[in-house]
Write a protein that binds this ligand. Structure first.
Ligand SMILES: C[S@@+](CC[C@H](N)C(=O)[O-])C[C@H]1O[C@@H](n2cnc3c(N)ncnc32)[C@H](O)[C@@H]1O
Length: 301
């Protein structure tokens, strides 16, 4: 597995064996923190909201644990959201398309060159899954023109065709209302007793005193503050809130007052092109409710 030592790869393979699991590999995916997040869910909740969906690791974890009834999933990335809607509503067609796609460099570049917005919903989803699983580093990355520009990945046998998982994902998504929108709009209708999990693009670990401006992933200091304000407003409405973020002064400062409680967790940076930066880091899980008791095995390996 790319960028992981053998132990890490084994652990992730074991965790991923259960279905359904994320069908896209996503930057900032939460498979590594899954246990720590699951242990911190509120004792009871009505609907579950995930407004920074990405690969949806926690959604799938909760579904596998039978801990969901009504679900609202969203993300500002429209192509990503369309892929979820397509898998929910057209899974057989997507599987058929993927089974026809060869694992060949020339085909990869041919598919990459297609304009996704001129394809049908299932074709667009199949393209995204194929490029995500066969592209270099297995990540979805677009350039300034919004074009997917990742080179061919040279994996021996990438699993872009995984019909069992896609069918289970489709089944899980039947519970969900899925839409593309900004996080604040996504939770406008959350009501007392609902639970919202926010997993925003992380605040950068190194920042200067003047860090306020644009971040590469488009999520600025101002956005982090706005997210905190949204969490305060939700708290006043009696909505349970959980947030994950990097352990930085900015984030500690934003969430330093009640109702927020900071939980420090150890995480591994699984994907980092720089091997020296792949060790353990500390991250924060923030809740607006107390966690009763935690099992001893709090930290994911
Ligand atoms: C850290 S990733 C989420 C990872 C996810 N929890 C997982 O397990 O794969 C953050 C996501 O937030 C989305 N995003 C960025 N800015 C946003 C905004 N303003 N509103 C909603 N979503 C946003 C990105 O498209 C990305 O998918």
């Amino acid at each position: 597995m790319f960028g992981l030592d053998e132990d890490e790869a084994d652990t992730i393979v074991t965790m991923n064996r259960q279905l359904p699991r994320p069908f896209l590999k996503w930057a900032g995916g939460k498979t590594q923190l899954l246990d720590a997040l699951m242990h911190r869910k509120p004792p009871t909740y009505a609907a579950y909201h995930e407004p920074f969906l990405g690969g949806g690791a926690l959604f799938f974890g909760l579904y596998r644990a039978h801990a969901l009834t009504k679900v609202f999933l969203s993300d500002s990335n429209r192509e990503l959201i369309d892929a979820y809607i397509a898998v929910r509503d057209h899974v057989d067609e997507i599987i058929e398309l993927l089974s026809e796609y060869p694992h060949e460099e020339a085909f990869y570049y041919e598919l990459r060159a297609k304009d996704p917005w001129k394809l049908s919903l299932p074709e667009r989803a199949a393209r995204m899954i194929y490029l995500n699983k066969t592209g270099y580093n297995g990540l979805y990355r677009v350039n300034r023109q919004g074009k997917f520009n990742v080179p061919f990945g040279r994996y021996k046998a990438p699993r872009y065709l995984d019909p069992d998982n896609l069918q289970e994902v489709s089944k899980a998504l039947q519970l969900a209302e899925i839409r593309s929108c900004a996080f604040d709009q996504a939770v406008e209708d959350a009501v007392e007793g609902d639970w919202v999990y926010f997993d925003p693009p992380y605040a950068p670990l190194s920042q200067t005193a003047h860090f306020t401006a644009y971040q590469p992933d488009g999520f600025s200091h101002k956005d982090q503050s706005r997210l905190r304000d949204v969490c305060l407003a939700l708290s006043e409405r009696g909505v349970w809130v959980m947030i994950s973020n990097s352990d930085t002064l900015l984030i500690r400062d934003l969430y330093s007052h009640p109702p927020f409680i900071l939980h420090e967790v150890a995480a591994r940076r699984a994907i980092n092109s720089n091997a020296s930066k792949r060790g353990k880091v500390q991250e924060l899980i923030i809740t607006n409710y107390p966690i009763p008791t935690l099992p001893h095995t709090d930290f994911t390996p």
